[in-house]
Design a protein around this ligand. Structure first.
Ligand SMILES: *[C@@H]1O[C@H](CO)[C@@H](O)[C@H](O)[C@H]1NC(C)=O
Ligand SMILES: *[C@@H]1O[C@H](CO)[C@@H](O)[C@H](O)[C@H]1NC(C)=O
Ligand SMILES: *[C@@H]1O[C@H](CO)[C@@H](O)[C@H](O)[C@H]1NC(C)=O
Ligand SMILES: *[C@@H]1O[C@H](CO)[C@@H](O)[C@H](O)[C@H]1NC(C)=O
Ligand SMILES: *[C@@H]1O[C@H](CO)[C@@H](O)[C@H](O)[C@H]1NC(C)=O
Ligand SMILES: *[C@@H]1O[C@H](CO)[C@@H](O)[C@H](O)[C@H]1NC(C)=O
Ligand SMILES: *[C@@H]1O[C@H](CO)[C@@H](O)[C@H](O)[C@H]1NC(C)=O
Length: 476
């Protein structure tokens, strides 16, 4: 039994036993590439050489620690076909001389399926450089994000290094293996950073009597967009050749980070220039992004959207832009050129159909004179003329003059207004006339004065008086 097991194990690892077994053995083997190191980690000294052999079923590639990727001259990779029938792929990596900043994870992976990989963590010890990352500017800024652990990235070159975390000025924070955890490959990890982790911190290591520090400024990062708006409330109209400028303003809580991206019709041509500005206020931060397109073309018309994201939060604002080839005025009556209204109506609006760009100047004339000056009951509202408390005298010719002076464009439209007046009988206004007593057989004239627009038709009606002795009977 033992022998049998051993036999299979040996067969698997060397692949050199019994020809007949080979295809079967190959099946589950190399589902990930294999490295020639047994341990999950290696410890080297600075100036030594690292060699790693990798073998697999398909073509291989490597992923390096950042410090190696930045320093390609010290790395050499030799690829070859290997295995008994040269059906396998081998890759030999040499790193020389190894440096402290090369410390990190080396991963051999399949080129077509990089998630199938074998890692080894390599420490390159150097007593003069306990921290892997050399701080170029001190302190580095680290952000405290909602529901994310905070990492002070002071990973080290020696797995045994003893490092302490100190809050400025001299408050040590001892790892408790629950919230504050030391990890030589990451640094100090704070799983649930509370407000006490805002401020200046340092990682300290003393090697051969020399104290080394790495400083970090921890800032709480909030993601809170309070408002996003474009400085164009309605659709934007512009002429071809003009410059379009749109201002996207974002209000966010202090310390928020936002990203502003525009989408617009000519995006593929990259024809817009975008400038940004940040203004810090006492209680909030303002972010501006101004998009401008210098010479508008027809193809620039469409929807312009300002997309704003801050962490998981996102908002947007959009505006549609119309680009006209040339300036124009289109003016026509809405319901014919003769209009009717009634005297006594509360108000009447004269509003022909007008479309024009750029915004025209509109003047209304009544019988050739400026309407507003003619009567205080007339006023211009937008491009319409409104008549308040319509009276008979408002009848006449109204002319709308439309002009775009800078482009020398003018148009006019004349409308006739008819004001209908309900019939009125003048005598009624005085008093009910009693014709008095008249002689029988004499001639009597009865008057009725009436007025209306259009002129009224008059009809007389005769009613007999109630029989009360001898009363005169009027005759028409
Ligand atoms: C590594 O080599 C360089 C020169 O090649 C030398 O200056 C340095 O001291 C060496 N480092 C270690 C840790 O031996
Ligand atoms: C780390 O410490 C262990 C045990 O104390 C020791 O065996 C090992 O050599 C040390 N490694 C280094 C790189 O100093
Ligand atoms: C447009 O953006 C600038 C910043 O470039 C800002 O100062 C200005 O107030 C913004 N204007 C409007 C109308 O939003
Ligand atoms: C929006 O703001 C920009 C920059 O401040 C300005 O040039 C542009 O004229 C404004 N656009 C509108 C439609 O108000
Ligand atoms: C991109 O630019 C070309 C040439 O200037 C123009 O013909 C085309 O319409 C533009 N496309 C868009 C989407 O603006
Ligand atoms: C434009 O914005 C409005 C409201 O701000 C929104 O309802 C609409 O869906 C947006 N349009 C597009 C195409 O994103
Ligand atoms: C109105 O337009 C006509 C031509 O369409 C022009 O002859 C006339 O002078 C214009 N009237 C006014 C008051 O501008």
């Amino acid at each position: 039994m033992t022998c049998f097991l051993l036999f299979i194990l040996c067969g698997l690892s060397s692949g050199a036993l019994g020809k007949g077994k080979e295809p079967k053995e190959q099946k589950g083997k190399f589902s990930v590439p294999a490295l020639d190191v047994k341990d999950q980690q290696l410890v080297l000294e600075a100036n030594q050489t690292l060699t790693l052999n990798c073998r697999g079923r398909w073509e291989l590639s490597w992923a390096f620690p950042v410090g190696v990727a930045k320093d390609q001259e010290s790395v050499k990779v030799v690829e070859s076909r290997c295995g008994k029938r040269r059906q396998q792929f081998c890759s030999l990596l040499t790193l020389t001389p190894a440096r402290a900043q090369h410390t990190g994870s080396f991963r051999c992976r399949y080129r077509h399926r990089p998630q199938r990989q074998s890692p080894v963590y390599v420490y390159v010890t150097d007593s003069r450089q306990p921290f892997v990352e050399l701080q170029l500017r001190s302190p580095d800024v680290v952000y405290i994000k909602e529901r994310e652990p905070l990492v002070f990235p002071c990973r080290v070159t020696n797995p045994n290094a003893s490092v302490s975390l100190v809050k400025y000025p001299d408050q040590p924070l001892v790892p408790d293996h629950r919230n504050i955890v030391w990890n030589s490959r990451q640094g100090f990890v704070v799983r649930r950073p509370s407000f006490i982790f805002v401020g200046l911190f340092s990682c300290q290591a003393t090697v051969d009597g020399v104290k080394h520090t790495s400083k970090y400024l921890a800032i709480r990062l909030v993601n809170k967009i309070t408002a996003v708006y474009l400085n164009a409330s309605g659709p934007v109209q512009a002429l071809q050749g003009e410059t379009l400028s749109l201002n996207c303003t974002v209000t966010a809580e202090l310390n928020s980070r936002v990203s502003i991206i525009w989408s617009y019709p000519a995006q593929a041509n990259d024809s817009a220039s975008i400038t940004r500005r940040i203004e810090k206020r006492r209680s909030h931060t303002l972010f501006y992004s101004v998009l401008s397109i210098p010479r508008l073309q027809r193809s620039d018309r469409g929807l312009y959207t300002c997309h704003v994201t801050s962490g998981p939060q996102s908002r947007q604002a959009n505006v549609s832009v119309t680009v006209y080839d040339r300036p124009f005025i289109r003016l026509k009556p809405r319901h014919g050129v003769v209009l009717e209204t009634h005297a006594g109506q509360k108000s009447y609006r004269l509003s022909p159909k007008l479309r024009a760009f750029p915004g025209p100047e509109v003047i209304w004339l009544k019988d050739g004179m400026a309407a507003a000056e003619r009567c205080s009951r007339y006023h211009v509202d937008g491009s319409s003329l409104v008549i308040r408390d319509v009276a008979e005298e408002d009848a006449g010719k109204y002319t709308m003059l439309v002009g775009i002076q800078e482009h020398g464009l003018y148009q006019n439209l004349t409308l006739s207004l008819v004001v209908n007046v309900s019939p009125q009988i003048g005598e009624k206004a005085v008093s009910v006339q009693d014709p008095g007593t008249v002689q029988r057989g004499s001639r009597q004239a009865l008057h009725c004065t009436s007025h209306a627009v259009p002129p009224p038709q008059v009809q007389w009606l005769w009613y007999p008086c109630p029989s009360k002795g001898l009363l005169a009977t009027p005759r028409a």
